[in-house]
Design a protein around this ligand. Structure first.
Ligand code: HDE
Length: 714
């Protein structure tokens, strides 16, 4: 009860960063802390037997089950109706609570939105991350766009930025969206494939929609397979507007940049994880939050005054284009921290519902034709998924007071007292709120023109920014991108599809098109379809998003140890890595006790292995360490699973550390021709160009991060 009072107090006196948690407590039941004696029906009567349907029976016979048993019927019927329609896209997701704050009022020159200008506020947020193509039960690490949807519970109402981890989109006009989604989703005749865009229909569609070529470059780049939801950027994608107190309007893009930098899997890792741990991303988020390593993003805006709208060679309302940072720099004005997982998945993550049309005073729309359509679609889809009263659900309801004349509808929760449910009324109740008192004011935009089904002239150019993106990638990123397109087109078995797409690629880059056409049996061009302009731009390559200081924070590091490993060494390494913010996992021949050198197997005190060799895979870790120990190294060398583990990690360019006999084991396991991986005779630490760190002995905790550099991706 005290929590309810707290929540109400919070909403009455301004919203604190925990206000939404307090608000949700009003609907949260903790079975460990309730006066209920045990199970009851939904209408509150205690149930004495939850396992035996009421039957007409005599002696030892089992007679017919009786329809009369309303308790059994309630149980089964409730179960029958547990599912709601999954989201038509972005069905697979996970979510967390947190808060948002701005550094100061520097954005006041653009907007009077308090959430973006009042530094004394910490606005509660709920974030849902998702994949797009796969159903609710699909794997996390598929190649796909990731949804990054943020709901801000502000004092002026809810504001949703329903964004993605890629700053642009496939299409320019919302009317194309159902076709795009039909094309990427499983094909209609056989419901294949799940969680993949590698099929005829998708590549057929994007091949016939050249405006998708820029987005294809992004999705096929490493951005399509993020290492963690905590290590990806978020973008509002569409062009929004900000309004200030002087009634000036600005165009704006919203950007989230993670504190830990932007990192990805390599494709082979991502593919394997789909089977080895399909929940990898959601577990990663949970692990970080539960360990107190709260994910954090800087919040940036790119702002353009109305006067600059037509200054660019692209249309700033075209969602298939970025605003190059050289032309419109990013101003970071705040940050978001996620610090609490949900208590229950369904009522929070499944029932949360976002709407691009949810904006607060000081923030508005633009004529971006994709955004205009989205503003219709989101509200509409929530009605079919959750019912017309979806905004009353605990996770969706605003923290500020909400009163209006909307009434009734399925599953109405609110009970509004009084005789009046219309405006105007003789009592003057529930009046609209004038602008100067906080009522939302649309910017007075002049609108004129012919009613036509067209898009502006600058919307017709589709390849310049695809080239810009491709040119800006590092060599290894280009190699990954080529492999990804090569993989996808190889999965299309209709020659019309893969041959046509190699023609499209030739508009982006001649060498790219040639290489992929050779690989997939496409049409190898003999001349570029158009010249590559050769320009590059910053902040497109992921390599521009390394954290300021190299860090091992939140990285998962496996220590492989068979009996006879060097115990003090492992303790020292664990302490050093923990100090650097990483988590370490001791993996042994069995879960439970593993025995260091000097202790008899089965008798000594041992050290506790978190997992056993067969149960884990190298893909689940960012790095691995093989400590020294003669017997231990000899046992590892005999174990095919471990040899494979080490080779696989090496092949994925993971950081590998080895000490003493561990070095010999790694060298042999990876069969590194011509590579000198001898441990130094002393404790000198050597970093090979392959990202393998070796030393002869390890007796002093290294400075955090010194022993391990997360050398990935080359
Ligand atoms: Fe969405 N999108 N979208 N979308 N979208 C949905 O709304 C839609 C687009 C995005 O975690 C749906 O509640 C149209 C761009 C995210 O609950 C639906 C168009 C971007 C989520 C819908 C787009 C997004 C959705 C399905 C083209 C990046 C998951 C379920 C005009 C800025 C939200 C739902 C969550 C979900 C419509 C394009 C992001 C059908 C019509 C561009 C993150 O309403």
């Amino acid at each position: 009860m005290s929590r309810i009072v707290e929540a109400l107090k919070e909403t009455a006196t301004g919203i604190t960063n925990t206000a939404k948690i307090a608000d949700l407590q009003r609907n949260t039941i903790d079975p460990a802390n309730t006066p209920a004696k045990g199970q009851a029906t939904d209408f509150g009567v205690y149930i004495s037997d939850t396992d035996n349907w009421l039957k007409a029976t005599e002696g030892t016979t089992t007679g017919p089950s009786l329809l009369e048993d309303h308790i059994a019927r309630e149980k089964v019927s409730r179960f029958d109706h547990e599912r709601i329609p999954e989201r038509v896209i972005h069905a697979r997701g996970t979510g967390a609570h947190g808060y948002f704050k701005v550094y100061d009022d520097r954005a006041a020159k653009y907007t009077h939105a308090k959430v973006l200008t009042d530094a004394s506020r910490e606005t509660p947020v709920f974030v849902r991350f998702s994949t797009v193509q796969g159903p609710r039960g699909s794997a996390d690490t598929v190649r796909d766009v990731r949804g990054f949807a943020v709901k801000f519970y502000t004092e002026e109402g809810n504001w949703d930025i329903v964004g993605n981890d890629i700053p642009i989109f496939f299409i320019q006009d919302a009317m194309k969206f159902p076709d795009l989604v039909h094309a990427v989703k499983p094909e209609p005749h056989n419901d294949v494939p799940t969680g993949q865009s590698a099929h005829n229909n998708f590549w057929d569609y994007v091949g016939l929609q050249p405006e998708a070529s820029h987005m294809i470059m992004w999705v096929m780049s490493d951005r399509g397979i993020p290492r963690s939801l905590r290590m990806m950027q978020g973008f509002g994608v569409n062009t929004w507007t900000l309004h200030n107190d002087k009634n000036e309007r600005f165009f704006v893009k919203f950007i989230w940049t993670p504190e830990l930098g932007v990192h990805s899997f390599v494709w082979d890792e991502a593919l394997k994880l789909c089977g080895q741990d399909p929940d990898f991303h959601r577990k990663d988020l949970q692990e970080a939050i539960e360990n107190g390593a709260y994910p954090k993003w800087k919040f940036g805006i790119q702002v353009l005054p109305e006067s600059r709208e037509h200054e660019f060679d692209f249309d700033i309302l075209d969602a298939t284009k970025v605003w190059p940072v050289e032309q419109v720099p990013i101003e970071y004005i705040g940050e978001m921290v996620l610090n609490r997982m949900v208590d229950e998945y369904f009522p929070e993550v499944e029932q949360v519902a976002f709407c691009t049309s949810h904006v607060v005073p000081g923030i508005g729309f633009s004529d971006d034709p994709l955004l205009q359509g989205r503003n219709f679609s989101y509200f509409d889809t929530q009605i079919s998924r959750l019912g017309i009263n979806w905004q009353e659900l605990p996770i969706n309801r605003p923290l500020c007071p909400v009163l209006n004349n909307h009434r009734d509808g399925k599953s109405r929760h609110k009970i509004t007292k009084g005789t009046i449910n219309y405006w105007p009324n003789r009592k003057g109740v529930l009046a609209p709120v004038p602008h100067h008192q906080g009522g939302y004011a649309e910017y007075a935009q002049k609108v004129e023109g012919m009613k036509q089904r067209v898009r502006g002239a600058k919307f017709q150019e589709h390849y310049s920014q695809a080239q810009l993106f491709y040119n800006s990638l590092a060599p290894h990123e280009k190699a990954h991108l080529k492999n990804a397109i090569g993989f996808e087109l190889d999965h299309c078995d209709d020659p019309d599809v893969y041959k046509h797409y190699t023609k499209i690629l030739n508009n982006v880059d001649f060498d790219l098109a040639k290489e992929i056409a050779h690989k997939v049996g496409g049409i190898v061009p003999d001349a570029p379809a158009r010249p590559n302009h050769g320009k590059t731009s910053a902040l497109l390559s992921q390599t521009d998003f390394m954290p300021d200081e190299p860090t091992i924070k939140t990285r998962r590091i496996a220590i492989l140890a068979a009996d006879g490993f060097n115990g003090p060494e492992v303790l020292a390494i664990r302490a050093a890595l923990k100090a650097g913010g990483a988590t370490t996992w001791l993996i042994g021949p069995r879960r439970g006790k593993v025995y260091p050198a000097g202790q008899k197997v089965g008798e000594g005190e041992g050290m506790t292995a978190d997992h056993h060799f067969e149960a884990q895979r190298s893909t689940m870790f960012d790095a691995l360490i093989i400590p020294s120990g003669t017997e231990h190294a000899a046992s590892l060398a005999k174990d095919g699973r471990i040899v494979h583990w080490v080779r696989e990690a090496f092949g994925h360019c993971k950081a590998i550390g080895a000490i003493g006999e561990g070095v010999t084991f790694i060298r042999d396991a990876c069969a590194l021709p011509g590579v000198e991986l001898q441990p130094a005779p002393n404790s000198e630490v050597v970093l090979s160009s392959y990202g393998v760190v070796t030393t002869g002995k390890y007796d002093a905790p290294a400075a955090p991060g010194e022993l391990f550099k997360i050398a990935k991706s080359e």
